[in-house]
Design a protein around this ligand. Sequence first.
Ligand code: PLP
Length: 394
Amino acid sequence: MIYADNAATTKMSAAAVKTLTELIGTTYGNPSSLYTFGQEAKEVLEQARADVAASIGADPKEIIFTSGGSEADNQALISAASIGARKNKKHIIPTKFEHHAILHTLNKLEKEGFEITLLDVHENGLVRPEEVENAIREDTALVTVMYANNEIGTIQPIREIGAICRKHGVIFHTDAVQAVGHIKVNVEEDNIDMLSASGHKFHGPKGTGFLYAKKGIALTNLIEGGAQERGKRAGTENVPGIAAMAVALKESVAALDDYKAKLTPVRDRIIKGLSEIPHSALNGDFEHRVPSNINFCFEGIEGESLLLLLDDKGIAASSGSACTSGSLDPSHVLLAIGRVHDVAHGSLRLSLGEDITDEDADYIVKSVKEVVEYLRGFSPVWRDLVAGKGTFIL
Ligand SMILES: *Cc1c(COP(=O)(O)O)cnc(C)c1O
């Protein structure tokens, strides 16, 4: 079994599992309680906050814990929108290929009277800083650009975009769920005002995450109640989960160089192998790409069938095609980089984990080649293309 869907979720690290299970049994006090039992939990919580903050170059006071990346994204956008609204700034600049946690929150804000300017993502899967600058207006409240895309793995010019936002006094948020723990992220150096991250994307537990908000940025609560998290996120903290997330993040950040050195050659081995398939194309820039991500389109096939047949061969992968969610819409990310519907349907995302080997890579390439050929064998679209009744796009 080869697990190649680490962008969907990762396996918890041994140290994270150990921390989680130990703390569940021992440190069950309520961190808001004043007796020793509670204060022990509080200490664990604050140590986790310090570790998380240090891993991205932030101050512990700038971190609040959330239930994951989606919640952090929602809270970041809603907070920046209400800061803007107070100054009569109701314009927001996202990109076309943001995660749905961003796009769906923006739909809601649009209904409340905010104006949204969706930035283009170019064929290489990159946003251009000068286009961010051109889109900024007097009434712009927020720019939100994801650090690394979850489908095609492209790494955005975050530092440059952040500098532009600073220059114009606009709040800059980044959904860094696919970046934190995978590539170096530093909120100071990268000029980031707000950042979202998720524990289960870097070997921490599901249902954990955090939001960084630079000192001076007032957060709006999504959850009202007690005064936890500086009064910005009510509810008794998931202490074991948060501590396990912090352990996983510390480990991942300490291993970033090894991670890159190990995964990049395996990634490129697979990219090279899959490129040999006729009428196929790599999605997203080759250079500006997280070490784990491979995303291809294969003309004349359907991603869904590809996944099921790869599963039979013991490979867990993903497709940009959203058929699984009951919709026939192809991935908005692939459409944003200019893939037409038919081509976007035949996509495959492989997101590698640290345990991948060259043998696994070769097995993946061999299996994908076989399955693509097999599926094309009875694809009417492919038959027409081969018969010259249509034109190949790739
Ligand atoms: C997974 C993911 C999210 C959502 O994170 P959850 O912790 O699952 O809520 C948000 N943005 C990106 C880019 C992601 O990959």
